[in-house]
Design a protein around this ligand. Structure first.
Ligand SMILES: Nc1nc2c(ncn2[C@@H]2O[C@H](COP(=O)(O)OP(=O)(O)OP(=O)(O)O)[C@@H](O)[C@H]2O)c(=O)[nH]1
Ligand SMILES: [Mg+2]
Length: 416
């Protein structure tokens, strides 16, 4: 039998910054997504306490609810975790570890599992190293030789990290080969990116008629899912990806490099935002999303998709659009629920894709030539074929697809 997991949420607000009411909302959403029943939420505006992060009185108040875990918004140092555990006999998590807990419980593919393990080890490594530094300095002498245990643990962590990285490299190479193959087959690769819970998976379902899991909670999607759709004759592969979240350590983004490469390597990125979020929150999520796209080293064009317009009046929608104009110059407003704006979105995708080019290719009029001709139908649009001594084929397609055709057909000539 599973015992109910309970939590009290704690957040220390920096007195020099204006309070952000949405951070606690987000932490509550994360705690619920990890399966915790939230018993209480405690905030305190003060400078950081070096021993406990927040005031001792607040921790005692939190402990009076007897939760399974105290969950902190603020990152905790190893010594703060140690102090809170020993002084209050409390189990603690910070927001980053909470996110990792969600990821670990949802990771279903090998790629996702490897990435979660890498993130966990990347988090542990510097902590073990700092404990090691303390012990070898003689401040906390180890039992048998200064920090011998930490030393072997640190080496073990580094070794496991190296192994996972090399396994992930293999997965990445396979993904890269698959993307290349798909491009050669004439597909355009479009990635759905954006803050978690913005509606990326629902939009994928609405555009492609699929049934990918979508739920009102953060991090429902962890692994990329790709579905095909056709827009005015162009064959598009749309990939749903893991959502972004604010204030993530850089190494977590690095650990998810393999999954995020689906965004980095796309021909076009749809940046999805939830227009029904309060204006300030919408703005800060857009900033966080752009930072994440920057971290992913996206070079492809970006189309901002403002989703969930069904939740707003027309006036509210245009007021919000105006507020984020600096971050989203030409957005498309849609509702993945009602389907409004999807025609415009498809048109926008079509307009932003690399234009198709027309080519002429000559093939021998033999059974081999005819077999190649039949394969051309799979990669490009055939405009005309004239049958003589040779087959003269005029076709329209994507650069990569046609480049391969040109290599295959020894005699080819670009028209424009
Ligand atoms: N009202 C309304 N709700 C929507 C719309 N699109 C998505 N939702 C809801 O928003 C919630 C999140 O949707 P998802 O599609 O799971 O969001 P996501 O961006 O894939 O989220 P993660 O995978 O968790 O990062 C779900 O409850 C959806 O039903 C929309 O157009 N209108
Ligand atoms: Mg999703």
């Amino acid at each position: 039998m599973n015992e109910e997991k309970t939590a009290v949420l704690l957040m220390r607000e920096n007195p020099s910054k204006s309070p952000d009411p949405y951070k606690m909302d987000e932490l509550r959403g994360l705690a619920k997504a990890a399966g915790y029943k939230v018993l209480a939420e405690i905030k305190q505006r003060r400078e950081r306490d070096h021993r406990f992060q927040i005031g001792m009185g607040k921790i005692a108040e939190a402990q009076s609810y007897h939760p399974t875990k105290l969950i902190f918004y603020n990152p905790l140092s190893p010594s703060q975790v140690f102090n809170i555990r020993s002084e209050f006999s409390a189990q603690v998590l910070d927001r980053f570890n909470l996110i990792l807990e969600i990821f670990a419980s949802r990771a279903s593919t090998r790629e996702a599992k490897l990435q979660v393990d890498l993130a966990r080890l990347s988090y542990d490594a510097p902590q073990v190293r700092s404990e090691l530094a303390l012990k070898t300095r003689g401040e906390q002498p180890g039992f048998r030789g200064a920090g011998a245990y930490e030393q072997s643990m640190y080496h073990d962590i580094r070794g496991r990290m190296a192994k996972i990285k090399s396994e992930l490299k293999d997965v990445e190479t396979m993904s890269e080969d698959r993307r290349q193959k798909r491009r050669e087959q004439g597909f355009d690769l479009v990635a759905l990116a954006g803050y978690t819970n913005a509606g990326k998976s629902t939009l994928l379902n609405a555009l492609t008629g699929s049934g990918v899991e979508a739920q009102d909670q953060p991090f429902t999607t962890l692994s990329p899912t790709t579905r095909a759709l056709e827009i005015k004759g162009r064959r598009v592969l749309l990939t749903d990806t893991v959502g972004f979240i604010d204030d993530l350590p850089h190494f977590l983004i690095k650990a998810f490099h393999t999954t995020l490469s689906e965004i980095a390597e796309a021909d076009l990125v749809l940046l999805v935002a939830d227009l029904s979020d309060p204006a300030e929150l919408l703005h800060s999520k857009m900033v966080a999303s752009h930072k994440a796209l920057w971290d992913c080293q996206v070079t492809a064009p970006i189309v901002t998709v403002l989703n969930k317009v069904d939740r707003l009046s027309e006036g509210e929608a245009s007021m919000k659009e105006e507020l984020i104009r600096d971050l989203a110059p030409n957005p498309v407003m849609v509702s993945a629920f009602s389907g409004s704006g999807l025609v415009e979105l498809k048109e926008c995708i079509y307009q932003r894709l690399q234009p198709l080019q027309e080519y002429q290719i000559r093939l021998p009029n033999t059974s081999e030539g005819l077999s190649r001709l039949s394969r051309l139908y799979e990669t490009a649009e055939l405009l005309s074929v004239s049958y003589g001594e040779e087959l003269v084929v005029k076709l329209r397609g994507k650069g990569e697809a046609v480049a391969r055709l040109k290599i295959e057909s020894s005699d080819s000539q670009a028209k424009d």
